[in-house]
Design a binder for this molecule. Sequence first.
Ligand code: C5P
Length: 229
Amino acid sequence: MIKPKIFIACDTNKISEVKRIINLTRTNKLDIGYKFGLEFFYSKNGRKFISKIKKKKIFLDLKLNDIPATCVAAVKSLRDIKNINYLTLHANAGEETIKAVVKFVKKSNTKIRILLVTVLTSISNSSIKKIGHTKPIIDLVKKQALLAKSSGCHGIVCAGSDLKSIKKIFKGEIITPGIRLKGDSFGDQKRVMGPKESFKNGSTALVMGRSIIKGNIQNNISKLIKELN
Ligand code: C5P
């Protein structure tokens, strides 16, 4: 049986906390990987720690968002970290950057898979207007999915609410953050979904941070397994 794929967001700046998260999330019922974002990657020794993790799926969530030359150079600078499975690039960087990064990754001898980040799960339809967009989020996300497809991205990161539309356009991996276990507070997230519904709507994997790493981690993992059943 295929196990549900979950990336635990290691949103901390402490190596000891990452070690604790890894230890307490061991289970044979889920296919677990670990996501490292800006907080841990920028922390002292964070980068080095990530590079030494063995036998785990590593998702580096740097959401690259710059001109083509800068993003390609940034990916080159990660070359010494051999264990990266996934790296994120923001759709806002534009077609030229996305194509340049995907081309570079595909021609270099690396296992890195590029995930295109669409509109963030913390953004609502009213907040997207404040950054100048006039259309609803879903219209924007559909365009971003087309871009991911035409640029050859390996996967997409999108909110649960966007899954059904994206599924029709993009056939690669679809990874969904903004996941909450029943009763958990949304925090800064606006477009949130439960784990079971998200898989049902088409996610190939989920990203879970606070619902797992806050409070009793082992209990949270058990709760997740129960909700998925
Ligand atoms: O704690 P929570 O489960 O809300 O954390 C979600 C994680 O997913 C964070 O690490 C955040 O950076 C990341 N993320 C997100 N929304 C996106 C892309 C990534 O929340 N669209």
